[in-house]
Design a protein around this ligand. Structure first.
Ligand code: ZN
Length: 233
């Protein structure tokens, strides 16, 4: 069965007007309603790590992977309590050099600064059974880098997160969905089990585990959009 991998960024009251990438900010109430929809549809929300056996076809059941890119503090504040309430788990893709920092990579694009989770918040996140994944050291465009630097971004971010948080880091997310076959290979060689892109669709057993498609949830998605992403991808 195909598994939707939902991709969220910020969970907060969206900025007004024409702020760049405003569509990537999902209102906390919309997020809660979306989790309610999953429950009503009999779909269990799981971290990518826990959803992998379903994606690979080794386990059967109605599940959706829930992923958050960039490790925003507002995900900790607004999404974590909802996940706890529904008994769901999720994956947080952390930019390793911005723990306790902010989305500095977005600022040149005109996006408002937003804080990232601190070490303590990440520890608490994983203490509830949620997954920590890597989103490189610096939120880079991997295909634009030398292979040595790309390898460092992919591999060192894993080591840094594992040492700092004392957890296994087995999931990776390509920043901007930007990747080549070389980057997929480097991710495999660095010891990860899976990597996600921004290609659209639901994940199926025949998919490359290092190039998994996802469904981005946007600010103005209606319930129908959302359900369609979950059920039909
Ligand atoms: Zn990102």
């Amino acid at each position: 069965m195909a598994v939707p991998i939902l991709a969220y960024h910020q969970i907060a009251v969206p900025p007004s007007g024409k702020a760049p990438f405003r569509s990537m900010v999902v209102h906390p109430e919309a997020f809660r309603r979306q989790m309610e929809w999953l429950k009503r549809l009999g779909i269990k929300g799981l971290s990518l790590r826990e959803a992998l056996p379903y994606i690979a076809g080794e386990k059967a059941g109605k599940v959706a992977a829930i992923t958050f890119d960039d490790s925003y503090l507002n995900v900790y504040e607004n999404a974590l309590p909802v996940l706890q309430e529904f008994g769901f788990t999720a994956t947080n893709f952390v930019v390793a050099n911005q723990i306790g920092g902010s989305n500095v990579w977005d600022v040149p694009l005109g996006v408002a600064p937003a804080a990232c989770m601190s070490v303590e918040q990440l520890r608490r996140w994983s203490s509830f059974g949620h997954e920590i994944g890597s989103h490189t050291l610096d939120h880079v465009h991997l295909p634009q880098l030398s292979q040595t630097e790309a390898r460092r971004q992919i591999s060192d971010s894993r080591g840094l997160l594992e040492n700092l948080l004392g957890v296994d880091v087995s999931s990776f997310c390509f920043p901007y969905g930007d990747e080549t076959q070389v980057d997929r290979k480097l991710t495999y060689e660095a010891g990860y089990s899976a990597a996600t892109t921004t290609k659209r669709g639901r994940a199926r057993p025949q998919d490359d585990l290092f190039g998994l498609p996802r469904a981005t949830v946007r600010r103005n998605d209606s319930w129908l959009h959302f359900v369609r992403k979950c059920v039909f991808g």
